[in-house]
Design a protein around this ligand. Structure first.
Ligand code: BTN
Length: 252
């Protein structure tokens, strides 16, 4: 007998907080207590916001800080693509809310406007006995942040800084949740469905980049993003190198 999935909405419950250390920890505790897929934690500010690779995430009031519990049943080899999916969701939301802004994905999980970071995705996977028990997808978007501390001020921006007017959280978050829901449902049906959008929105294809990959620094030209979400880099030596979205970090 085959089971047909009839779920039409991803979201179960949305927990809203004014201030937390990090929505990641709250979502992770809820998931450990058995909270279902689709549980969302949103905070107006974070005092210990976390980014990828141990970086901190500047999280004053005015930004969007959200963590979503996912319990994917597909093969764990696809899990690393969830961050790419989150980045596509951010870009599509920015393009819907403010069409004029040229937001792009800086593979794998940064969203940039004119090379300055406006959003990011942090996915944390909890495995039990070699199976994925849950994934917490954390999303941060600089909506209405007016000033960034130095040296972040050199490489970050916000929608408000780019547009000259505010984008209320209550307008942006439903759009983002809707995009993520659609992307996730189609991802479950057809795995690489959003990779075409990753390529379309990518700021890196054809660019010369410096990438940190498993402790080594690589220089080369980005050729493409393959069907597994890996970055295909042509090294200065002429050799091609495949870099997984879980491991690679673009330095510049
Ligand atoms: C990155 O680009 O390095 C990822 C940034 C992810 C930030 C979000 S904000 C909501 C959630 N809570 C956190 O502490 N981090 C993620």
């Amino acid at each position: 007998m085959s089971i047909i999935e009839t779920r039409t909405s991803l979201y179960e419950k949305i927990y809203r907080f004014s201030s937390v250390e990090s929505t990641m920890e709250i979502a992770s505790s809820l998931a450990k207590e058995g909270a279902p897929e689709g549980t969302v934690v949103i905070a107006e500010e974070q005092t210990k916001g976390r980014g990828r690779a141990g970086h901190y995430w500047f999280s004053p009031k005015g930004g969007l800080y959200l963590s979503l519990i996912l319990r994917p049943t597909f093969s764990s080899s696809y899990i690393s693509q969830l961050s790419l999916m989150g980045a596509v969701g951010i870009v599509k939301s920015i393009r819907e809310i403010a069409l004029s802004l040229p937001s792009k994905i800086r593979w794998p999980n940064d969203v940039v406007i004119k090379k300055r970071k406006v959003g990011g995705v942090l996915s944390e996977v909890k495995r039990e006995r070699n199976k994925v028990s849950f994934v917490i997808m954390g999303i941060g978007v600089n909506l209405n942040i007016e000033e960034f501390p130095f040296p972040l001020s050199l490489k970050a921006t916000s929608l408000k800084k780019e547009l000259g007017y505010s984008v209320p959280l209550r307008d942006f978050s439903p759009v983002l949740l809707n995009k993520i829901e659609n992307l996730y449902f189609s991802f479950k049906k057809n795995f690489p469905s959003f990779l075409e959008e990753v390529r379309l929105f990518s700021s890196l294809i054809g660019e010369q980049v410096k990438i940190q990959n498993e402790g080594e620094e690589l220089n080369g030209q980005v050729q493409n993003i393959d069907e597994q979400g890996n970055l295909i880099l042509r090294l200065e030596s002429g050799l091609q190198k495949k870099i997984s979205p879980e491991k690679g970090l673009v330095i510049c």
